[in-house]
Design a protein around this ligand. Structure first.
Ligand code: UDX
Length: 444
């Protein structure tokens, strides 16, 4: 394979992948239908905040390894195309495959006039059967070519985490790869071997449908793990001398369980877990299968953020005209992404209750302003945010908030009460000095 690739869809995954491949010396062309986005990217500007990404894009635009274009014609000069377009939810919660359809048709139309074998790799999260029944068919119909002969198809889900996407792309811990046939899978494996060389992770080769299923099950399992520990946190609060963090630590010592994704908090959000769980459930229903464990995980997650509001109400009796400070708007630290962030649910509920909301986040204020406008006062610092407030809710565990001491809250707040929704503070240090509620701590 010559080392030139095209990537269709310059969203979060596609852009990270493009920058990382270019960084590894692969001539990479990013395709997108959004001209404004292409213009920005070509100037070295990004639409997303991700550590290291902008520097890598700028460096590789200069080196010539990276370029951005609207036209799928560029496929003629490459041997492999990755599909990384978005797969949002429809209003009925099922998966919206419109962008996948457009990308597949566009690839098919280009392959019509291409002589050489071409490998198409699906990285978008799609429900099982989509690669075989839709993507393969659309490429075949539009190109007049045959899969496994003129072109190959792989389904290679991504597991990038926002905030560490570059690192996850540069050093993945596994590669899951569904394949239409051996040739397609071997070509992709060889491609990754060149990219990762001595750091090549374990490769797991499967059918297209299995790879699609693994991606959903992976996200569903992680989200369920968090909802599980969040439910146990409620029980800990009713059980003297227990603490969910210590329970999780002990639990994680069992190698069959592992300590990760056992941090109790106000729930999970983001661009993947909520959307993917909804699509997966809808897919299962279409097959007449109930997935009660996943439904329960979603139910726990719907209630979890509201718990913080209930605690505030319990302490202040009534939230009407009370001033509540929200520290953290992004769905997790090190990102400006507020998609399905728990902060949105909390702020909406507080506003419904008639509270005044002050909020601060190191990166996500601009994105939050688009949702709340002047319904919320956006502060320029954590200290300014808590000033004069009656209660402060820690919604996202940014490092910046961890440096605050009880004195900062005591000096600035009207009534010093902290709801530590992410357990970033030492409970004893805080409860000795002020009103403090941390998720999952049983009272003595
Ligand atoms: C996730 C998957 O991890 C990734 O593999 C997939 O490709 C995309 O979805 P991401 O959405 O970036 O990645 O965030 P992640 O770090 O997984 O966290 C998701 C949510 O779970 C966040 O809201 C986070 O705050 C929450 N979380 C995570 C917890 O509440 N507790 C935990 O222990 C871990």
């Amino acid at each position: 394979m010559d080392r030139s690739v095209t990537i269709a869809g310059m969203g979060y995954v596609g852009l990270t992948m493009a920058a990382c491949l270019a960084e590894r010396g692969v001539k990479t062309v990013g395709i997108d239908v959004d001209r404004n986005r292409l213009a920005l990217l070509s100037k070295g500007e990004t639409t997303i905040y991700e550590p290291h990404l902008k520097d890598m894009i700028r460096k590789n635009l200069v080196s010539g390894n990276l370029s951005f274009i609207e036209d799928y014609k560029v496929l003629q000069e490459s041997n492999v195309t990755f599909i990384t377009v978005g797969t949002p939810s429809k209003t009925d919660d099922s998966i919206d495959l419109e962008q996948v359809r457009i990308a597949s048709e566009s690839i098919g139309k280009e392959l019509k006039t291409k002589r050489d074998y071409h490998l198409v790799v699906v990285r978008s999260t799609v429900v099982p059967g989509t690669s075989e029944n839709m993507i393969k068919e659309l490429i075949s119909q539009n190109s007049g070519k045959t899969c496994s002969k003129d072109f190959g198809l792989c389904m290679n889900p991504e597991f990038l985490r926002e905030g560490s996407a570059v690192q996850d792309m540069m050093k993945p811990d596994r590669i899951i790869m569904g394949e239409s046939d051996k040739k397609a899978g071997s070509m992709l494996e060889e491609f990754y071997n060149k990219i990762y060389s001595t750091h090549m992770p374990k490769v797991f080769r499967t059918s297209l449908e299995t790879a699609e299923m693994i991606k959903y099950v992976n996200n569903a399992f992680l989200a369920t793990k968090i909802s599980f520990i969040n439910s146990i946190a409620h029980l800990c609060e009713r059980t003297p001398r227990t603490d969910i963090n210590i329970v999780a630590e002990g639990l994680g010592l069992d190698p069959r369980i592992s300590p990760s994704f056992l941090r109790a908090g106000l729930g999970w959000g983001g661009s993947c877990f909520p959307k993917d769980l909804r699509s997966f459930l809808t897919f299962a229903q279409s097959q007449n299968i109930e997935l009660p464990v996943i439904s329960a995980a979603m139910k726990v997650n719907d209630i979890q953020p509201i718990l913080a509001v209930e605690k505030a109400k319990e302490f202040l009796n009534d939230l009407k005209e009370k001033c509540i400070a929200i520290l953290g708007l992004a769905f997790k630290p090190n990102t400006d992404d507020v998609r399905e962030a728990v902060s949105l649910k909390i702020i909406n509920k507080l506003l419904d209750e008639g509270a005044y909301v002050r909020a601060y986040d190191p990166a996500a204020i601009e994105n939050s302003k688009k949702m709340f406008g002047d319904q919320v006062f956006f502060a320029k610092s954590a200290q300014e945010c808590i000033k004069g407030s009656d209660c402060c809710i820690i919604v996202t565990e940014w490092d910046e908030f961890k440096t605050l001491h009880p004195d900062d809250f005591r000096k600035n707040m009207r009534r010093p009460f902290v709801i530590d929704g992410r357990r970033i503070y030492e409970p004893k240090e805080f409860s000795d000095n002020m009103e403090y509620y941390g998720i999952g701590i049983g009272k003595d």
